[in-house]
Design a protein around this ligand. Structure first.
Ligand code: GLN
Ligand code: ZN
Length: 768
């Protein structure tokens, strides 16, 4: 028996986003249900066929979805939130999409991040649920692949414990007691799925239990072990691949003895720990090691020579007939193929591997493992040549950037004076009222803004006309902000589709893909920039826009930049040097932009770090290093200015208590934080720790078109002022207003200013 290759999941969007268009056409009523099903089946089978052609031995089935795999799971097991109705039949498409997208009478189910990556799943709500197997979708898709393509696939199912832990009851994620209570109700249904699959001839099932990587205490393993025993005992004929990903297993020694026939380990995002466990504790001789050795979360070609050394070591550790080679996690999170990157520099292209190229790598490694390297020498040689060319290219060897980086340890990045001194100088210079009002940066990107940008990109609108349009829009909004009576204005960010992409376009070392789409949620794709070379500053990025806006008003206009960590977290980052190194290169470039804004007369500069919280590593022991790097790069960016230049930052998230020390350490003069959905929690964090710098807690939620009343906003402000000194407090919405419509935005900001005025008046009578 030989080493085989296995996949965990294939991207859904389609090479030319066919799947996305299919969903959207269906939602626009351009297709009947029957037409949708025909088209969806065609895409599913095309993907399976492609995987087979690329040489995958064990092909996943039922990894496809009409929206999201957690939604599929809850729909199959009858865990539909009751506001969408009670079901005793398999959901039809409109019933299924109602959960994801809401209806006139029922709000959509919540969506949240899938672990620490930029995919969003539908959060199950386990309130008043009677689990019932409404649809054995795993059997349907297993059978479909077998009938149409004669593929004996490996159905992929989200494991029962992860499924429960990813969901909520009474608004809170399930705790261990709730999991223990619901699991026995769910297990018979999983058993039925397993039984029916075994009866249909399935050999293997891939049971994903990604929450296992977060377990640290043996007691937490009880539900997993119970579930696996029950499933294995009920259906001994169906072999289980227990799949984990996104980090290592702290409880390795216990988990490898679970009653399953294969265990999937992530050997990429595990900080080296899974391999260390393997070396130290070995691996059971009655199980298959499914080794995740190709990065399913980044887009770089593997160094095949290096990977092969690892494969050989694993062949020694577990023997060839007990080894599968796999991606470390589902390929759902990478784009499909580099074949459509026709405009990329060939030197870069040779170093890229999207999903299809990753499957090819697996096939090559599998062949090498079974037949020796000679059988695939050509592929190994090409791979070495490509990587050498990319690493030796001018893109990755910018002497000036490397010199600046090398000089970092000899410098300190601190503001000239401490905050207490700076803020006095800033108050003298800015002359703002008590409780100053401002916004987070972006204003609505109207259909006109989007149409003009699209025309300009296609070359149908001359650059000077596009620039003139952007200026007119900024002028219009400076006037609107003035009329509203806001104190600190912004230029509106009309030139940016995306706050990361925009900076990528202006710095060296970035590549914007033509077709590098990955699913963010539902039919939505994003195209993260690729940071492939040394990042250097060659020209001002935002200075002209800020200077123009400032020329229109006497009130201060904030400069607006995206901070290094957020740029990193929302990009595909080169892996030949550390992330921290890339982050510092970006920081050194942005430091020059900050200084150029200051030189051009901009008195306030906001450096946004919205992705700080969401990028936190899964295991707490890795947090400090991550946060220290974030603080360091933020300070490189922001400390090169005079004391009376005011630095702002903005973050969007709610779990504030987690990182309050980091927020302080950034040493920004003013921070604005998204809070309106979790006000109480944040305010109590302040009570406990105190905070010296100035702060704006979002006083209304911008995620809904609803216009908040003056009274509501006043109440939010009053609540904050119970723990924060009014002299420290700013008044602003929760986040940028880019996705809102103009009328509701103006109405909401008008109420925000009115609420501020009312409280200002109360405060001044109180002190007289
Ligand atoms: N300045 C950005 C904006 O207003 C910040 C966006 C964000 O926090 N995600 O759009
Ligand atoms: Zn925000």
């Amino acid at each position: 028996m030989a080493v085989i290759s296995s996949n965990l999941g294939y991207p859904r969007l389609g090479e030319h986003r066919e799947w996305k268009h299919l969903l959207e056409h269906y939602w626009q009523h351009k297709l009947t249900d029957a037409e949708f099903h025909v088209a969806a089946k065609k895409l599913r089978l095309a993907n399976l066929k492609k995987e087979r052609d690329l040489g995958v031995d064990l092909i996943p089935v039922a990894d496809n979805s009409d929206y999201d795999h957690v939604l599929d799971t809850l729909a199959a097991f009858g865990a539909v939130p009751t506001r969408f109705g009670h079901f005793d039949h398999a959901l039809n498409l409109s019933e299924y999409y109602a959960i994801a997208r809401g209806t006139k009478t029922a709000v959509a189910a919540e969506m949240t991040k899938w672990f620490n990556i930029n995919y969003h799943y539908i959060v199950p709500e386990f309130d008043d649920i009677n689990f019932k197997l409404l649809d054995n979708r795993w059997l349907r898709y297993y059978q479909e692949a077998k009938d149409a393509l004669n593929i004996d696939g490996k159905p992929v199912i989200l494991g029962p414990v992860s499924f429960l832990k990813l969901g909520k009851r009474h608004g809170a994620y399930l705790d261990d007691a709730a999991v223990a209570e619901l699991l026995p109700q769910l297990l018979p249904l999983y058993q039925q799925v397993f039984q029916e699959l075994a009866a249909a001839g399935a050999q293997w099932i891939q049971l994903d239990e990604p929450t296992l990587v977060k377990t640290t205490d043996s007691a937490e393993l009880v539900p997993y072990r119970t579930a696996l025993h029950r499933l294995h005992d009920a259906v001994p004929g169906l072999k289980i691949e227990l799949q984990t990903y996104f980090d290592s297993l702290d409880l390795y020694d216990e988990i490898i003895n679970f009653p399953v026939q294969a265990i999937g380990l992530d050997l990429i995002h595990d900080h080296g720990e899974n391999l260390a466990h393997l070396r130290q504790s070995g691996f059971p001789t009655d199980k298959i090691l499914a080794a995740g050795l190709i990065d399913g979360h980044n887009i770089w070609a593997s160094d095949l020579t290096q990977k092969f050394q690892l494969v050989q070591e694993l062949q020694q550790l577990v023997t060839s007939d007990r080894l599968w080679l796999q991606p470390a996690n589902s390929l759902l999170h990478v784009p499909i193929t580099t074949a459509n990157e026709t405009k990329a520099d060939p030197v870069l292209l040779g170093g890229l591997a999207f999903a299809d190229q990753k499957l090819q790598e697996l096939a090559v490694l599998t062949q090498a493992a079974n037949q020796g390297v000679a059988a695939v020498q050509g592929a190994f040689d090409r791979n070495q040549a490509n990587l050498t060319a990319l690493n030796a290219s001018t893109h990755r060897n910018n002497a000036a950037v490397r010199a600046a980086e090398a000089a970092l340890p000899t410098q300190t990045f601190e503001r000239q004076a401490p905050f207490a001194t700076r803020i006095k100088l800033q108050h003298d210079r800015l002359q703002l009222p008590l409780l100053p009002t401002t916004t987070i940066g972006s204003f609505p990107q109207s259909p006109t803004v989007r149409t003009k940008r699209a025309a300009w990109r296609k070359g149908k609108l001359a650059d000077k006309d596009y620039q003139a349009f952007l200026k007119a829009e900024t002028k219009r909004w400076i006037d609107l902000q003035t009329d509203l009576g806001l104190d600190v204005l912004v230029h509106g960010e009309f030139e940016r589709t995306d706050m990361v992409e925009y900076f990528g376009q202006k710095l060296t070392g970035f590549y914007a893909t033509q077709n590098g789409w990955v699913q963010s949620y539902g039919s939505r794709g994003v195209r993260p920039p690729v940071i492939f070379g040394d990042v250097a500053y060659t020209k001002p990025i935002t200075v002209a826009e800020s200077v123009y806006a400032q020329s229109l008003t006497d009130k201060p206009v904030k400069g607006m930049l995206t901070a290094p960590l957020t740029i990193i977290n929302w990009s595909f980052v080169r892996d030949d040097i550390s992330k921290a190194q890339v982050q510092n290169q970006i920081a050194l470039a942005l430091r020059q932009e900050v200084q150029n804004l200051e030189k051009a007369g901009i008195k306030i500069i906001q450096v946004d770090e919205p992705a700080l919280r969401e990028g936190l590593p899964l295991k707490q022991r890795h947090w400090q290093a991550y946060l220290d790097e974030a603080v360091y790069s933020f300070k490189i960016t922001t400390t090169g200015v005079a004391n009376d230049t005011q630095i702002h930052t903005h973050m969007c998230y709610s779990n504030f208590g987690d990182i309050i020390d980091t927020i302080k350490a950034l040493d920004a003069d003013v921070i604005s934080i998204e809070t309106s959905r979790s006000h109480g929690e944040i305010i109590s964090a302040f009570e406990q720790t105190g905070y010296d710098q100035e702060i704006g807690l979002g006083v209304y939620d911008i995620h809904s078109p609803r216009v908040p009343t003056v009274a509501e906003i006043e109440a939010n402000i009053q609540r904050a002022l119970r723990v924060i000194d009014p002299r420290q407090f700013w008044i602003n919405p929760d986040c940028g207003l880019k996705t809102r419509q103009e009328p509701e935005t103006l109405a909401a900001l008008k109420n925000m200013v009115a609420a501020r005025n009312a409280i200002q008046a109360q405060l001044s009578t109180a002190t007289h």
